[in-house]
Every structure is written in structure tokens, then in C-alpha cells.
Write a protein of this length. Structure first.
Length: 226
């Protein structure tokens, strides 16, 4: 039996930082549960409007201490801060915004993703786990102009998460445009997965060893820029 490969990668906060660098100013962005929620800690002073589907626009960083207000929460039910100009509305209006194509970028976590941009992020049947529900994330994937995935490259046990075919229930098909992991930055294109950036100290061969689909190596391949 071959031994699973496991590389030491970036911490979750640094994955979130790298994603934040890819979001253009003026964008309306929705952050899914998990790593994506940490992106809000890296957008202070940047003209990015974060939307929480529970009905809040212009959310700030994660709240701590006296700033915690149980009525101001994100998709992970974490307390968030309110920025000047924050607004609040019914969840029906929130999803009208999402379904109406007014979200520029949705950032989601994932359990699996393949080279076609299909991803699974709500149910892990191998463990009998149901994380959240498929409803809200499905709307975001369908309605957002771009879909980014932020996740660890492999499971804690070294199992592949970037696979040739999904074995978990899909959240969306053919929607992902960019993938950010603790080891790499990968662009999803009609020709396949293009490896754009790698963790410092690793090579394209290292990334391929923990990736199912054959990677296309960018001519300007570089280390992950933070």
C-alpha cells in the first residue's frame, strides 16, 4: 500500500489573505462558511462590499470582545462587525440580490473539486456528515458572476480533494473559476487546471503528487504571493 503524501502548507488565515488579493475593489462579495469567512479580516480599508445572505450588506471583520453582537452574524454564525453604511434587510431581499446576479464573487469552501470546475461542499457521505445545507450555496454558485474555492489541498489524512470525478454530492457543476489552497493557486479553464502559484519550497511535481487531474503548468509559475 502506497503512503499518502502530506505537505505542510499555509495556515487558513494565509489562504484567506491570498484570496483577498484576487478580489478587485468595488466588488460585491459573499463569503461561505469555513476559510472564506476569514477573508473579512483582510479587507479593512479596501473598497469591497461583503454581503451576508442572512440580510446584511457591508459586513466588516470578525467581531471580538465588546464588539460581539449576536444579531450581526455571517454564514458560519460568527459575530461580525458593521462598517459605516451597513444595511440590513429581509432574507428574501438578500436572495433576490443573489439570484438576480448582483454578487460579483462568491467564495466557498469545498470537500472535493475537479478539473471541470464541479465542486462538492455540503455533504460528506463517507462520514455521514451534513455540513450546512445545499440550498444557499447552490443559489450563490448559480447567481454569482465568479466562484472561488478556498480550502486545504488534501484532507487531514492526506486523501485527495482535487479529484478526477466527484464522489460526493455536487453543489455546482462547471462554475468554479479559481481554486486557492494551502499549497497552490489554480485557475480552472476550458483546457483544464492551470497551476499558477505554489507554496514556497514546493515544486509543480510536488503539487501534482497530491492532485488527481493532470495539471497544466503556467509558463510564469511562481511562489504564492501574500
Amino acid at each position: 500500500m502506497s503512503q499518502k503524501v502530506k505537505f505542510e502548507g499555509l495556515p487558513r488565515e494565509m489562504i484567506a489573505l491570498r484570496v483577498s488579493r484576487e478580489i478587485k475593489e468595488g466588488s460585491y462579495v459573499n463569503l461561505g462558511i469555513g476559510i472564506p469567512t476569514l477573508i473579512s479580516n483582510w479587507t479593512e480599508g479596501v473598497d469591497i462590499v461583503l454581503q451576508a445572505e442572512i440580510g446584511m450588506l457591508k459586513t466588516g471583520s470578525l467581531a471580538e470582545g465588546d464588539d460581539v453582537d449576536q444579531d450581526l452574524i455571517n454564514a458560519s454564525c460568527q459575530a461580525v462587525t458593521a462598517l459605516p453604511g451597513s444595511s440590513y434587510f429581509d432574507i428574501v431581499e438578500s436572495f433576490a440580490m443573489i439570484r438576480g446576479g448582483h454578487i460579483d464573487i462568491a467564495v466557498m469552501g469545498a470537500l472535493q473539486i475537479n478539473a471541470r470546475g464541479d465542486y462538492a461542499g455540503w455533504s460528506n457521505p463517507s462520514r455521514g456528515l451534513f455540513v450546512g445545507n445545499v440550498g444557499g450555496s447552490m443559489d450563490l454558485c448559480a447567481g454569482a458572476k465568479k466562484l472561488f474555492i478556498a480550502m486545504e489541498h488534501t484532507t487531514k489524512d492526506g486523501e485527495l480533494k482535487i479529484v478526477n470525478e466527484l464522489s460526493y454530492p455536487a453543489t455546482a457543476l462547471g462554475k468554479v473559476s479559481m481554486l486557492f489552497t494551502d499549497l497552490a493557486v489554480i485557475e480552472i479553464t476550458p483546457k483544464g487546471m492551470v497551476l499558477k502559484e505554489v507554496m514556497a519550497g514546493l515544486t509543480a511535481k510536488d503539487i501534482q503528487s497530491v492532485t488527481g487531474p493532470k495539471l497544466i503548468i503556467a509558463k510564469d509559475l511562481k511562489e504564492i504571493e501574500l
